[in-house]
Design a protein around this ligand. Structure first.
Ligand code: FAD
Ligand code: FES
Ligand code: FES
Length: 1335
């Protein structure tokens, strides 16, 4: 199809304004259109694949049959613009703005501190807004279902959940406490009774009410269009694809015959992903969204017939309605479908994906097909030749030609019969995350009994996730017909099913033993479930199943998180206008919520701007023989291809090249970039660059490989105290072991982004970059271009999350883009796609810890010899510093009198790992807690007693001989024990465990001593520039970067206190390298500390200059004093400087003062695990943190909760997977799961310890950016506790240490039982595994 053919007009509305597109490109999605064509940049791009929710918008359509307007949320990144004919779109800009009026949703999320970096916020706002359009008073369940499709990496969700549930009528009471009481009211009262303790972070009373009567104005024109009787075929021609939308079924069938290969696109959630990520091009796409026959619902005695075009959300609503009306025995299949429809994908995808698309795409992990398969459903299909019925059975699901749709056929509807009286249907799924994650394994199972008996008349079992498509255990089921529903049948069924549904040892997706175990664990659940139902029907006919076993059937509920945050109120004597110590809202909170906050890629296009896409190495270790870019250069829109040869200055260092030069050292190393007139063109051309490699041995992937080949970065580092060898001689017991700790992806919601704008004169360049370290980006660009730094101005307005991942990496991307700008002479926009970002940029260092620990029988540890290796990847980056930090902080809260720690960074052929929140501490201290637990296990002592026994008790010295007072460490620990009612709950956990066999609870409390900062003094310096203008307004600039952590808000609070003026006088714009030169990267938890001191210094200078004027006219106003100063030619501008803290770590001697101060804390977590699936639910966490005098308790608590949640992800669900050749498989949120709202503890309480002075830091505060991360490990140890309970009950030996992350796979496989015993162990030497551990 050629682009020159005439297209129809595409008509839709955006935020009430009519849009007419005369030449819409069928390959263009709504997200791109909004952002790049309409300039509506509030809608963000976080993944491009429907998984993160950052691009959520609301679509409203007039339903001509129901005569109703339907509002639903969608992920704009998967909506083709051509599908929008007749739709009204509302984006975050259409909801409210600071220029007009903000909407209550925007107000509450901002004032409720539900935004940090703000990148996820517009998507959150749109999800909640759409829910409120449909349900002005949503239930907590509706809120949870709605927000499951939106990810946030900063806040830890609790404040977002709280803001959203303020619209729920039940929000005044949590109603979720297991004992039925409202924990909030009770706890709030308890806290408020204590002097000076505040529990309010905002004033709910200020919130504007939601006015549900405020009607959405749906454009009448769109109603007329929908009602149009003569629907013509609409055709839109693009460059490579033609979109045809027939108006009638006849037209559709005719077109399907004409274009049999053309996909029918409804939700586009399958086709769209293939087009975007697999470069699939469809010359013709058919869109049946206007074909009414595909949306018909018929409900008869026999069952439901659902139009194939209905969305999964509509299917859910229909089923919800039907199950209320029919007796339970008739709705078995419907209930099973409903169970999965609550957690399948996120709400947006359920709103988009069609039933027909779901069935026909036959994804191997489809949640619905196994249920539809067992439910004897029938597909009603049609072609121009006529109608046909196809059974939705194993042949269809296996894609057998004779049981399949023919290319010219269309699925019109699906008949789902009601269930027979003696039939039972169940559905099961286990996924890496409860919501919005494809299942690891799922199943649909149905049994039909001979009337009134428990003899099997018919049985069907379908599994997903264990093969290339949904698989049926047909043979096994046939063999079981006639058998009684008893344990012998179950045991035979397990064996038969395992024999029939086989999974090769090296099956794609890995986790083979786990997946096999799940298959039969589900079978067992089904067995129990049916027994239970039979028993309910005939209480005397069946034996009782012990209560102890029955809760195996209960799935964990989706519960909305809530909690109490308590902190010290400000002194009542403090002036009301002085904001220090108060929970001030994030400076950009409202702009985040309205979408007005500008991120790097939101900046308008520069004239002549080009887009850059990367070509990365596909080999882990190879010589670069040649790069042939000729075909790419001839591609449409391509301007140039940039390689190492084009670098005018330094191409990085010999160890760390910018563009690969002569060789590549990992899969994912940037070889070249393509510059083109659009990102799509640049990306397409990257496929055409031909690179010739010559492989080089060895390929080193894991730490073990590196040790074998002695491949290291830097020397071994060591610290030692006492006499380790001698102490080992006198202890009661010694344990030795290893702990493997996996890496972590930063998953900042805004991917790496940079804009490079060459200026006309003197080789000047402006860089707009999402970076924690503007000066480093400036330096690298200068070196790469071979110009002095004074020509490069690097600007950072705000960063959409960083967590350490935007310290060194953005500088490389800025330099690459600068080379492209230099070569082409054009401004360059370089925004990494999520997949490229995850592949290229590395993350947290995986760590292998070896320990030998000597202790007395009472749990007192006398000696430890610890060795760490981290996987640094292929370049040094920050690896040497990370290993040093891991050693310095390894002891955590414990005094081990005889301690030797050694560590080394390994050089491997993986992308280079880099800084990550906590910088070695979350790995290093975790290993310490692991062996601390192991000691407790060996001594048969409660772990908290061993921890307490070994904890620092009085003023003492760390392993690096720095003196400190552990008083606040002990206070945090004791307060945490008290707040969590630890001992009472530990008892309750034990009681629960005695009463339940398949579910176990665990509880753990972990202390923390965290060293803030850097081991070198110069890292602490900071500078600021403060101007007072003659109207009295103040402009503050400082060297820190706003990453979402609220540094700018705190700096305004500091300036306000120092200058004694209200915050409204003070503005803080972007940071750049012209205003404040030679800045230090923002990180190490010290940003606000050191920049605060610099701002304070500048403000004090200014105030000193103003003081003579003020004392002459004390009654004057600020504006008058400022004007008078100007008249007297007194400078109203001052720089501020803070020289920094002293750090004198001497590695030769192994001693020195490293951090300026320590942050202490403790966390207690409780979990429940499902021993049959490995799923877990975080029920409650109590955190106590020593924040001293918090400058802003809302910001600090936000940091603690956000870091804790990121830590919880690190230790439990986030798992990077690599092939044996070092290829990263997990390259997007579809494969890599960060916590979503349902993963955080149902109750999350944070309390700041009553302040004590910390005179070294500004206003006696503490830096809290990183510390909370480690406290996530309390969840790990609570799970380990639950696993230990399960193992003990089963008579198994305790597992001394478990590896991180403690995923569902590890939990399930550790809870060994009769089912795991049936699974043959894989011998990794006999087959090549699909993935390998790199630590
Ligand atoms: C982020 C995300 C998360 C997901 N999570 C889950 C999950 O947890 N569980 C799960 O089971 N699935 C999940 N999915 C998969 C999702 O359920 C399917 O992609 C979706 O149901 C496909 O429907 P669609 O309308 O979007 O199909 P489309 O992409 O529009 O079409 C898919 C295929 O079906 C064909 N087709 C569509 N309609 C018809 C018809 N009427 N007649 C003939 N052929 C037709 C098309 O030709 C095409 O080949 C997820 C998808 C995404 C993007
Ligand atoms: S960008 Fe659309 S869901 Fe992530
Ligand atoms: S605030 Fe949610 S991702 Fe940053």
């Amino acid at each position: 199809m050629s682009h020159s053919k005439e297209s129809d007009e595409l008509v839709f509305f955006v935020n009430g304004r009519k849009v007419i597109e005369r030449n819409p490109d069928p390959e263009m999605n709504l997200l791109f259109y909004l952002r790049k064509k309409l300039g509506l940049t509030g809608t963000k791009d976080g993944c491009g694949g429907g998984d993160c929710g950052a691009c959520t918008v609301m679509i409203s359509r007039y339903d001509a049959i129901a005569k109703k307007i339907r509002h639903f949320s969608v992920t704009a990144c998967l909506v083709p613009i051509c599908s929008l004919y007749g739709a009204a779109i509302t984006t975050v800009e259409g909801v409210g703005s600071t220029k007009t009026k903000i909407h209550p949703v925007q107000e509450r999320i901002a004032k409720g501190h539900g935004t940090q970096c703000g990148f996820c916020t517009p998507g959150m706002v749109m999800s909640i807004y759409t829910l409120l359009r449909n349900h002005p008073e949503p239930s907590p369940e509706q809120l949870m279902e709605t927000l499951g499709g939106n990810l946030c990496r900063c806040t830890g969700y609790r404040p977002i959940a709280e803001s959203a549930s303020s619209f729920s009528p039940s929000s005044s009471c949590c109603q979720m406490n297991r004992d039925g009481k409202c924990c909030l009211n009770q706890k709030e009262r308890e806290h408020e009774n204590k002097a000076n303790v505040c529990t309010k972070l905002y004033e709910k009373e200020e919130f504007q009410p939601l006015d549900p009567t405020q009607e959405f104005i749906f454009p009448p024109e769109l109603m007329r269009m929908a009602d149009e009787p003569q629907k013509k075929v609409l055709t839109f021609h693009g460059e490579r694809t033609t979109w045809i939308s027939p108006g009638t079924l006849n037209d559709l069938l005719g077109l399907k015959r004409k274009f049999p290969k053309a996909p029918l696109v409804l939700g586009n959630t399958c086709v769209g992903l293939d087009m975007k990520f697999k470069e699939v091009v469809h010359p013709v796409i058919l869109s049946p969204s206007r074909t009414l026959e595909l949306f018909v619902v018929t409900n008869t005695e026999e069952g439901l017939t659902l139009g194939a075009g209905l969305s999964l959300a509509q299917v859910k609503d229909i089923l919800d309605d039907v199950v209320w009306k029919l007796p339970e025995e008739r709705t078995q299949t419907y209930r099973a479908l409903l169970k999965h429809l609550r957690t399948l994908a996120g709400q947006q995808i359920r709103n988009m994906a069609s039933l027909g698309g779901h069935i026909v795409s036959r994804l191997p992990t489809s949640d619905l097909n196994p249920i539809l398969g067992v439910g004897n459903c029938i597909l009603n299909v049609a072609s121009i030749e006529g109608a046909q019925q196809i059974p939705l059975n194993n042949h269809f699901l296996a894609g057998k030609t004779d049981a399949n749709l023919k290319p010219e056929q269309v699925l019109i509807s699906v008949f789902i019969p009601v269930s027979e009286k003696w039939a039972f249907v169940s559905a099961f799924r286990q996924a890496p995350r409860q919501q919005n994650a494809l299942a690891t394994v799922n199943a649909g199972m149905r049994v039909l009994f001979q009337e009134g008996t428990h003899t099997i008349a018919d049985l069907s079992i379908f599994y997903g996730g264990v093969g290339p498509t949904t698989l049926s255990a047909t043979k096994s089921c046939r063999q079981l017909i006639g058998r009684c529903w008893d344990e012998r049948m179950l045991s035979d069924a397990c064996r038969l099913v395992l024999d029939e549904v086989t999974l090769p040892d090296s099956a794609p997706g890995g986790m083979v033993e786990f997946r096999r175990t799940l298959m039969i664990s589900f079978l067992f659940k089904f067995y129990l479930d049916v027994l239970q139902q039979l028993k309910m029907r005939d209480p005397n006919g069946y034996p009782d199943t012990s209560k102890k076993f029955l809760n195996a059937l209960e799935d964990f509920p989706l519960t909305i998180p809530h909690g109490i945050q308590s902190y010290e109120c400000v002194d009542p004597q403090q002036l009301p206008q002085d904001p220090v110590g108060r929970p001030v809202m994030h400076q950009s909170g409202v702009k985040h919520a309205t979408g007005e906050a500008v991120f790097c890629d939101d900046m308008p296009a520069f004239s002549g701007e080009l887009f850059l896409a990367v070509v990365t190495s596909t080999r882990p270790h190879a010589k670069l023989i040649s790069i042939d870019a000729s075909e790419a250069l001839a591609s449409p829109g391509v301007v140039d291809v940039i390689t190492a040869q084009d670098v005018p200055g330094d191409n990085g260092s010999a160890e760390e090249r910018l563009y690969a030069q002569d060789k590549v050292a990992c899969v994912g190393q940037v070889v070249c970039t393509v510059a083109a007139d659009s990102y799509a063109h640049a990306k397409q051309a990257t496929q055409k660059v031909k690179i010739e490699y010559e492989d080089v041995e060895p390929v080193i992937v894991s730490i073990q490989d590196a040790i074998k080949h002695r491949s290291f970065i830097g020397p071994e580092e060591k610290l030692e105290q006492g006499n380790v060898e001698a102490a080992f001689q006198s202890v009661d017991q010694i344990i030795e072991g290893e702990v493997h700790f996996g890496g972590q992806e930063h998953f900042y919601m805004e991917t790496q982004s940079v804009l490079v704008v060459p200026k006309a004169e003197d080789k000047e360049v402006d860089i707009y970059v999402s970076s924690q370290d503007a000066a480093l980006a400036q330096e690298m660009v200068a070196h790469t271009l071979g110009v002095p730094k004074n020509r490069i101005n690097c600007h950072v307005k705000r960063v959409g999350g960083a967590f350490g991942g935007k310290v060194s990496k953005p500088a490389s991307f800025a330099a690459m883009a600068a080379v492209a700008a230099n070569k082409t002479g054009h401004p360059i926009r370089f925004i990494l796609e999520r997949g490229d970002d995850m592949l290229i940029t590395g993350g947290r260092h995986p760590l292998l810890g070896k320990y030998k620990v000597g202790f007395m029988n009472n749990g007192k540890i006398e000696a430890a010899d610890i060795e760490y290796h981290i996987n640094g990847g292929c370049t040094p980056d920050e690896s040497e510093m990370v290993i040093k930090y891991a050693l310095l902080k390894l002891e955590n809260a414990y005094k081990i009198p005889n301690l030797r720690v050694r560590g080394r960074a390994c050089k491997t052929n993986l992308p280079s790992n880099t800084a990550f929140r906590g910088f070695g501490f979350p790995q290093g201290a975790f290993v310490t807690e692991a062996w601390m637990t192991a000691v407790a296990t060996k001594c048969s002592l409660p772990p908290e007693r061993v921890r307490e026994l070994n904890m620092y008790k009085e003023i003492d010295k760390t392993i690096h001989k720095q003196e400190f007072d552990p008083k606040n460490l002990r206070s945090c620990w004791e307060k945490c024990l008290e707040n969590s009612s630890y001992y009472i709950r530990r008892k309750a956990v034990e009681e629960f465990n005695q009463q339940h066999y398949w579910k176990k609870r665990g509880i753990a409390i972990i202390p923390m001593k965290f060293s803030v900062g850097f081991p070198k003094s110069f890292y602490y310096q900071a500078a600021a520039l403060v101007h007072i203008y003659t109207d009295g307004s103040v402009l503050v600039a400082h060297g820190g970067v706003e990453l979402g952590q609220g540094i700018n808000t705190k700096m305004i609070q500091v300036a306000s206190r120092e200058l004694k003026i209200p915050m409204s006088y003070i503005h803080l714009g972007e940071m750049n390298t012209v205003t404040v030169p030679n800045t230090i990267g923002t990180g190490g938890s010290t940003g606000a500390d050191v920049n605060g001191k610099a701002v304070q210094n500048a403000c004090q200078t200014l105030l000193r200059r103003l003081e003579p004027i003020i004392s002459q006219s004390p009654q004057g106003s600020w504006e008058e004093w400022v004007n008078e100063a100007f008249t007297q030619s007194i400078s109203l501008s001052a720089t501020g400087y803070f020289r920094g803290y002293q750090s004198d770590m001497d590695w030769e001697k192994g001693e020195g003062n490293m951090p300026p101060y320590f942050v202490f804390g403790a966390a207690c977590s409780e979990v429940e695990i499902d021993c049959l699936t490995g799923a877990h639910k975080n029920t409650r966490t109590d955190i106590v943190m020593d924040a001293c005098f918090s400058i802003n308790p809302a910001v600090d608590i936000g940091q603690i909760e956000g870091a804790f949640t990121q830590g919880l992800g690190l230790y439990t669900i986030e798992e990077l997977k690599y092939s044996p050749e070092g290829v990263l498989y997990t390259r997007g949120p579809n494969q890599y799961k960060i916590p979503s709202m349902t993963d955080i503890p149902e109750e999350l309480h944070v309390s700041l310890l009553a302040p004590t002075p910390n005179p070294i830091a500004i206003y006696s505060s503490k830096g809290l950016g990183e510390a909370g991360m480690f406290l996530g490990s309390s969840v790990f140890f609570a799970i380990a506790d639950a696993v230990a309970a399960a193992r003990k009950e089963r008579g198994l030996a305790p597992t001394l240490t478990m590896n991180s992350p403690l995923t569902a796979e590890s939990i399930r496989m550790a809870c060994e039982d009769q089912f795991t015993d049936l699974i043959p162990k894989i011998d990794s030497k006999c087959c090549k595994p699909w993935s390998i551990a790199v630590a």
